[in-house]
Write a protein that binds this ligand. Structure first.
Ligand code: ADP
Length: 498
C-alpha cells in the first residue's frame, strides 16, 4: 500500500478579509508527482506555502508521515521549494550557488567514545562531500561541467535547472515547485516539462507542483488537484479529470468543452439541443442538468443521418485538426476533427452515450438573506432594490403612509423585517453603467453554455450574482447589477431561519 507523506485535514487559511484556502482535505502519496491546478488567485500558492511552512493555517491540521507538523518551522521540514523566479545569487558561480546551503549545513553523526558510549555530534560536510553532492545534482539537471560558469551567462532554462539543482542537493523528501516554468518561453517550457518528469523518476522523491497551465498539469502529474476559490473541485489522475470532470468548472477549465443545458426525460435519457440522447449517467427524471461534450467526441455525418442537424459557421485549421463551429437550432457546438466540413454546409451531428457527461446544475437560482427598509425597498446582495413587498402577505396593499395593510385590515410596519430573496438566473441584468446600478461587482467567471453565457459577478463583500445572459463580458470587468422589481421573489423569514 502506498504511504501518505503529506495530509491536509480541514485546512483553512484567511488573510484579513480573504479566505484564501477553505476547508481543504487531501493527501499526497510518497514518491507521487501531484499538481495543484487552477486559475490565478484560487489558493494554490497558499496551499504550497503551508506545506513548506512559510504560512500557518488559520485552522486545520497538516501531517507529515502521519505526524502533526502544523507548527513546525520551514527549516525543520524535509522539504525544499523551487520558485518561478530563480532567486539565484548572480555574483556567485554555478558551483557556489548550489553548494551555498550545503556549506552551512551540519549533519548529525553518531560516534562511540573510548568507554563505548554513543555520542551525537553535528559536523559540517567536508569539501569532498560537498563537491560530490554538487556534481551529482548537476548530473540530475543535465548540466554536468557547468560548475565554474557565471550565473549571468546562462539561459533562463539553465538558470531554472540550477535552481532545481540547488533545491535537490539538500536531498529533500519533498520538492515543491511553484510555477517553476512560468518565466520560460513555450518551447523551453515543453522541454523542461519532460526533463522535470525525468528528474522525478531519477530522484524517486515526492514532487508537489503548482501551475495554472492545464496542459502542463496533465502531461506531468500522477495526480491533479483542481482548485477554485480556495476550494478543491476535483482530485484525480489526468485521465479522470479530463474524461470525467466532476462539475462544469472543471470541464471548462480543462481542455475544451461544449457545455449545454439539458433535462432528464427518463432513466439514462437526456434532452438537449432539441433531441433526446441516450446517456450513461443516472439522474432523476425531469432534473435540469448541465451536459458536457468534448469537441473531439462529436461525429460529423451526412445531413439527417445524425442526432441533430447543424450548419457549419466557421472552420479553422489548428495544426493537427480542424476546429469547426456548428449551429444546431439555438445551440452552438465546437467540433474538432481531422476532416473538414466547409462553412455553409449542413451536416448531421452524432454523439455516443459514453461521450455525454451529465452534471447536476450548480446554480439554479440566486438566494440571498435580505431586509426591508423604511421605504419598502429590499437590501440584499450588497445592494438596495425596489421590490413588491405586498407578496409577503396575500391580497395586501400599501397605504399612503407606507404601511402594509393585510387582507383582514391589519397594519404592518415592515421596516427591518428579515426576508429570504430569490432571483432567477435570467432576471439579473448586467450593465456597464456602474453609477445607476443597484449593486456593483467584478466578473469572476464566464462559462459558455451553448446558447448563452453564465456569468458570476462578485461584489466587494463577496456576494455573488449568477446571471444567464446572451451577452459576452470580460473577466475582471467591474459591472453594475439591476433586477426588475417583478423578478425579486420575497418570503418572510421564520423565527427559526433568522
Ligand atoms: P494562486 O496561487 O492560486 O494564484 P494564492 O494562493 O496566491 O492563489 O492566493 C489566494 C488568495 O489569497 C488570493 O485572493 C490572494 O489575493 C490572497 N492572498 C495570497 N497571499 C496573500 C497575503 N500574503 N496577504 C493577503 N492576501 C493574500
Amino acid at each position: 500500500m502506498s504511504e501518505k507523506i503529506i495530509q491536509f485535514i480541514g485546512v483553512s487559511k484567511a488573510y484579513d478579509k480573504t479566505l484564501a484556502v477553505e476547508d481543504v482535505n487531501f493527501y499526497v502519496n510518497k514518491g507521487e508527482f501531484i499538481t495543484f491546478l487552477g486559475p490565478s488567485g484560487c489558493g494554490k500558492t497558499t496551499t504550497l506555502r503551508m506545506i513548506a511552512g512559510f504560512e500557518m493555517p488559520t485552522s486545520g491540521q497538516i501531517l507529515l508521515d502521519g505526524k502533526d507538523i502544523t507548527n513546525v518551522p520551514p527549516h525543520k521540514r524535509p522539504i525544499n521549494t523551487v520558485f518561478q523566479r530563480y532567486a539565484l545569487f548572480p555574483h556567485l558561480s554555478v558551483y557556489d550557488n548550489i553548494a551555498f546551503g550545503l556549506k552551512l549545513k551540519k549533519i548529525k553523526v553518531v560516534l562511540e567514545n573510548k568507554n563505548g558510549e554513543r555520542i551525537e555530534k553535528y559536523e559540517k560536510l567536508t569539501r569532498g562531500e560537498i563537491k560530490e553532492k554538487v556534481t551529482n545534482a548537476l548530473k540530475i539537471v543535465d548540466l554536468e561541467g557547468f560548475e565554474d560558469r557565471n550565473i549571468t551567462t546562462l539561459s533562463g532554462g539553465q538558470q531554472q535547472r540550477i535552481a532545481i539543482a540547488r533545491a535537490i542537493v539538500n536531498e529533500p523528501e519533498i520538492l515543491l515547485l511553484d510555477e517553476p516554468l512560468g518565466a520560460l518561453d513555450l518551447k523551453m517550457r515543453k522541454e523542461m516539462q519532460l526533463e522535470l518528469k525525468e528528474m522525478h523518476r531519477k530522484l524517486g522523491i515526492t514532487f508537489i507542483y503548482v501551475t495554472h497551465d492545464q496542459e502542463e498539469a496533465l502531461t506531468m502529474s500522477d495526480t491533479v488537484i483542481v482548485m477554485k476559490d480556495g476550494m478543491i473541485q476535483q482530485i484525480g489522475t489526468p485521465m479522470d479529470i479530463y474524461n470525467e470532470p466532476k462539475n462544469v468548472f472543471v470541464a471548462d477549465f480543462i481542455g475544451e468543452s461544449n457545455i449545454l443545458s439539458g433535462v432528464m426525460t427518463d432513466k439514462f435519457k437526456v434532452k438537449f439541443a432539441g433531441h433526446v440522447f441516450d446517456c450513461v449517467d443516472d439522474f432523476a427524471k425531469n432534473e435540469y442538468v448541465d451536459v458536457v461534450v468534448r469537441p473531439e467526441d462529436i461525429d460529423m455525418v451526412e445531413k439527417d443521418q445524425g442526432d441533430v442537424n447543424g450548419k457549419v459557421i466557421s472552420s479553422i485549421f489548428k495544426g493537427i485538426h480542424y476546429e469547426m463551429t456548428v449551429i444546431a437550432g439555438k445551440n452552438e457546438f465546437v467540433i474538432q476533427n481531422t476532416d473538414e466540413r466547409k462553412v455553409g454546409e449542413t451536416i448531421g451531428l452524432k454523439i455516443g452515450p459514453e461521450d455525454i457527461h451529465i452534471m447536476a446544475k450548480e446554480f439554479t437560482i440566486n438566494r440571498y438573506d435580505g431586509y426591508i427598509t423604511k421605504k419598502n425597498t429590499v437590501v440584499f446582495g450588497d445592494g438596495e432594490y425596489e421590490a413588491d413587498v405586498t407578496q409577503l402577505y396575500p391580497n395586501s396593499h400599501i397605504d399612503e403612509e407606507g404601511y402594509l395593510i393585510t387582507d383582514d385590515g391589519k397594519q404592518i410596519d415592515l421596516t427591518d423585517a428579515d426576508v429570504s430573496v430569490e432571483v432567477g438566473l435570467k432576471c439579473i441584468d448586467i450593465d456597464d453603467n456602474v453609477e445607476e446600478a443597484n449593486a456593483v461587482g467584478k466578473i469572476i467567471s464566464i462559462i459558455y453554455k451553448g446558447d448563452h453565457y453564465q456569468i458570476i459577478v462578485r461584489t466587494e463583500n463577496e456576494e455573488d450574482y449568477v446571471a444567464d445572459t446572451e451577452y459576452l463580458w470580460n473577466e475582471n470587468d467591474m459591472v453594475g447589477i439591476k433586477i426588475a422589481a417583478k423578478d425579486i421573489k420575497l418570503s418572510l423569514k421564520t423565527e427559526a431561519q433568522k
